[in-house]
Design a binder for this molecule. Sequence first.
Ligand code: SF4
Length: 285
Amino acid sequence: MYNYLFGPVPSRRLGMSLGVDLVPKKVCSLDCVYCEVGKTTKLTIDRKEYIKVNKLKEELIHYFSNNPDPDYITFSGSGEPTLNIHMGEIIQFIKQNKPYIPIAILTNGTLFFDQNVRNAIKAADIVLPSLDAATENVFQKINRPAKGLTIDKYIQGLIDFRNEFTGEIWLEIFILPGYNDSDNELTAFKEAIVRIRPDSIQLNTLDRPGTISNLKGATKSELQKIADYWNLNYTKIIADAPKRKNILSYRDDIETAIIETISRRPCTLNDLTKILGLHINEINK
Ligand code: SF4
């Protein structure tokens, strides 16, 4: 069993994706009300080593030698990956060993104000930052950020990154009805999006419990209304993950894959059915 790698799991956006986890549960610069991983226990913007980088490199070499290539290698997992000060070194290590596998980074993007962070991730192929608010009030309410972060600094960091990064930026906007779907917020979002100039907007919503119990997700038609209101032709409403059956990069050590997945985030029985391509009765066993 690996400590820092998980999956490959079918991602909604990236096919079969091998996850790399660069921080322990749960180190993050935000404490989002909808977070699937759970409450942030270390709320910080301090970049540190956080995990044993040499061990991670050993795990990657072992994985590459014993498994088919995944569609993507994705930095995500138990918290905010850009908080790991060795992230750039790990990206270079993967590129040296598997130059043809694209690297994706799922990040909250809050640390992009820091030139060192922008430099560390510039060799990635796709960066998927999130943005759940466009005004300070809503930012505080949904994302409950670490001290020192403001929405203006956050958005400016995304703009600066766009100006330097030549790969794709898919900006994820997570809609929480009652929190960030007022006319005022949607207008502010559009202004921010136009300044950030992402290649794609990924409109997403809640499909699992967050850290606050009364949250609900938006319906498909509510998301469509928001996309229509923005009228930006690069907006996508995210669909379900692909089924795992018949996918080459699928691992045969299912039990271990389940444990690695649920040790990072809660999954329903249905989620595991989709991830593993097995009947519910098999998962129950
Ligand atoms: S940024 Fe991601 S990991 Fe951090 S609290 Fe928000 S949803 Fe959870």
